[in-house]
Design a protein around this ligand. Structure first.
Ligand code: GLN
Length: 454
C-alpha cells in the first residue's frame, strides 16, 4: 500500500485502492493457524490488483466508464470468490480503456495510465492499469481480461508476463461483458510460475458460466517448474510466418529472433509454419467484436444501474429520451464508434455480408491453427509489432491503434491459450514481448517453454 501511494501520482494504475478491505483480508490470513495455512494454495497471503472490468462485491466497479461511475456491485465474480478463498487480499481496481476497448489505456474516462519504463509512453491496453501496477511493483500480481490482446499486449509493453487462458478455462461470471465469444480473464505477473499458480486458483469449471469447460485442474505450475530446468528436448515449436517480419519494429524482431535461438539451444525443434488466413484475423475481429459489443452494451440504459441523465426540460421526458441522453453522456468516443459499427454489421440486409463473412473467416483461422498444431506443440511470434508508443501518437487514427493487436487476435478468435513473456529490451530501451500459443485446453504446453525463456 505504501508503494502504491508513492507510485500513483506518476503512474495512475489504480481507479480505486481498497486499502481497508486489503488490510482486513491480510489480517484474517495472518490469524489463520499453521494447519489452515497449509491447506491453502502457494499464493495464499499474496495481494493482487484487479482490472476494473471484473466485479467486486462492495468495491466500486466502473469499466473505466462514466456510465458505471458510482456503481457498487452486490456480488463477486467467480474469480474474486476464488482469490478470497485462497486468502489473497484484493488491493484495488486497475485502470483500463473504457469497457476494455483500446490498446493504450488512453480511452479511460478517468485519465490514462503511464508506463513505468517511460512515463511519456502508454502501457498498452486495454489492461494498462494491471500491467503498470505489476511493472511498477505496486502489486505482485494482477488480473486482466483479454478479448483481442488486452492482457498480452500491455504485458509486452511493460515487461510483464500476461496470460490469456483457453476460452472457457476461467469463468467469465462477473467479468463485465465486452465481446462474449472472445473475452477471457487471465493472470498478470512478473514470473511465469506466478501466472501458472494464479491460473490454477482462478481456473476450473463454474456452472454459472455456460461456456465454462467441465474439466479438472491443469498442471500449469508443474509445467512451469519443468520449464525452469531449461531442457526442451523433443518439443516442437512453430514460428508463425504471417506474424513477424514486415511491419514489426526491427528491435522487436531482433529480440524475437534471439528468443527463438534460445529455444533451439535448449533442445526445441523450431520450424516455420504458415497460417495463411491470419492476415484476415484483424478484419474479422473488428466485425465480430463490435457486433458483440453493440449487443452487450445495450444493457447500459439508465434504468438498471449506473448513470441516469434526464433530458432537459424542453425535451419530452420519455424513457427513450432518458436512454439517449444517458448513453450520449455516459459513453466515450471509442465505445460509441464500436456500438455504431456493430449495429451496422448486424443490421438486416448486411448481416450475412459482414457478420456472416467474418464468422467464416473465424472458422478458417481455427483450421489454420488445427493444422499447425498437427506438427507443433506450441506456436510463437512477437506479441506486439512495436514497443510502447508516446501518448497521443495513435489517438486520432483508430486503424493505427487497431494494428497493435495483429499478433494477439488470432488466439482469441480460435479460443486458444496464449501468453506474452518479456524478451529483453529493444534498441529504444523499452521492453519487448514474446508470444506463445498452445492448443485449446493445453495451457500447460505454453507454460513450459515460457518459463524456460526466463
Ligand atoms: N485492443 C483490442 C481492442 O481494442 C483488445 C481489447 C481487449 O482485449 N479487451 O479491441
Amino acid at each position: 500500500l505504501e508503494v502504491i501511494e508513492a507510485a500513483e501520482p506518476s503512474i495512475n494504475a489504480f481507479l480505486h485502492v481498497s486499502a481497508d478491505e486489503a488490510r482486513a483480508q491480510a489480517d484474517a490470513f495472518d490469524a489463520k493457524s499453521a494447519d489452515e495455512k497449509a491447506g491453502l494454495p502457494e499464493l495464499a497471503g499474496v495481494p493482487i490488483a484487479i482490472k476494473d472490468m471484473i466485479v467486486t462485491k462492495g468495491i466500486p466497479t466502473t469499466a473505466a466508464s462514466k456510465i458505471l461511475e458510482g456503481w457498487v456491485p452486490p456480488y463477486d465474480a467467480t474469480v474474486i470468490e476464488r482469490l478470497k478463498a485462497a486468502g489473497m487480499p484484493i488491493l484495488g481496481k486497475t485502470n483500463l480503456d473504457e469497457f476494455a476497448q483500446g490498446s493504450s489505456t488512453e480511452h479511460s474516462a478517468f485519465g490514462p495510465t503511464r508506463n513505468p519504463w517511460d512515463t511519456d509512453r502508454v502501457p498498452g491496453g486495454s489492461g494498462g492499469g494491471s500491467a503498470s501496477a505489476v511493472a511498477a511493483f505496486e502489486a505482485p500480481l494482477a488480473l486482466g481480461t483479454d478479448t483481442g490482446g488486452s492482457i498480452r499486449q500491455p504485458g509486452a509493453l511493460t515487461g510483464t508476463v500476461g496470460v490469456k487462458p483457453t476460452y472457457g478455462g476461467v469463468s467469465r461470471f462477473g467479468a463485465i461483458a465486452m465481446a462474449s465469444s472472445l473475452d477471457q480473464i487471465g493472470p498478470v505477473s512478473r514470473t511465469v510460475l506466478d501466472s501458472a499458480l494464479l491460473q490454477e486458483i482462478i481456473g476450473g469449471h463454474d456452472r454459472r458460466d455456460s461456456t465454462s469447460i467441465p474439466e479438472g485442474p491443469r498442471p500449469m505450475a508443474a509445467a512451469a517448474r519443468e520449464g525452469l530446468k531449461r531442457d526442451l528436448k523433443g518439443m516442437k515449436v512453430g514460428l508463425v510466418k504471417e506474424l513477424s517480419g514486415e511491419g514489426f519494429q526491427p528491435g522487436v524482431q531482433a529480440r524475437f529472433d534471439e528468443a527463438v535461438a534460445k529455444l533451439t539451444e535448449m533442445g526445441a525443434e523450431v520450424t516455420e509454419v504458415s497460417c495463411p488466413h491470419f492476415p484476415y484475423a484483424l478484419g474479422a475481429y473488428y466485425i465480430i467484436m463490435p457486433s458483440e459489443v453493440s449487443s452487450n452494451l445495450a444493457r447500459y440504459d439508465g434504468m438498471r444501474y449506473g448513470l441516469r441523465v434526464m433530458p432537459p426540460d424542453d425535451v419530452p421526458q420519455t424513457a427513450a429520451n432518458m436512454m439517449a441522453y444517458t448513453r450520449e453522456a455516459g459513453f466515450g468516443d471509442e465505445v460509441k464508434r464500436r456500438i455504431i459499427l456493430g449495429t451496422y454489421a448486424l443490421s438486416a440486409g448486411y448481416y450475412d455480408a459482414w457478420y456472416g463473412s467474418a464468422q467464416k473467416v473465424r472458422t478458417l483461422i481455427i483450421e489454420d491453427f488445427n493444422k499447425a498444431f498437427e506438427t507443433c506443440d506450441v506456436l510463437v511470434s512477437p506479441t506486439s509489432p512495436s514497443t510502447a508508443f508516446k501518448f497521443g501518437e495513435k489517438m486520432d487514427d483508430p486503424l493505427a491503434m487497431y494494428m497493435n493487436d495483429i499478433a494477439t487476435i488470432p488466439a482469441n478468435l480460435a479460443g486458444m491459450p496464449a501468453m506474452s513473456v518479456p524478451a529483453g529490451l529493444s534498441d529504444d530501451g523499452l521492453p519487448v514481448g514474446f508470444q506463445l500459443i498452445a492448443p485449446q485446453q493445453r495451457d500447460e504446453a505454453m507454460y513450459k517453454p515460457a518459463a524456460a525463456l526466463e
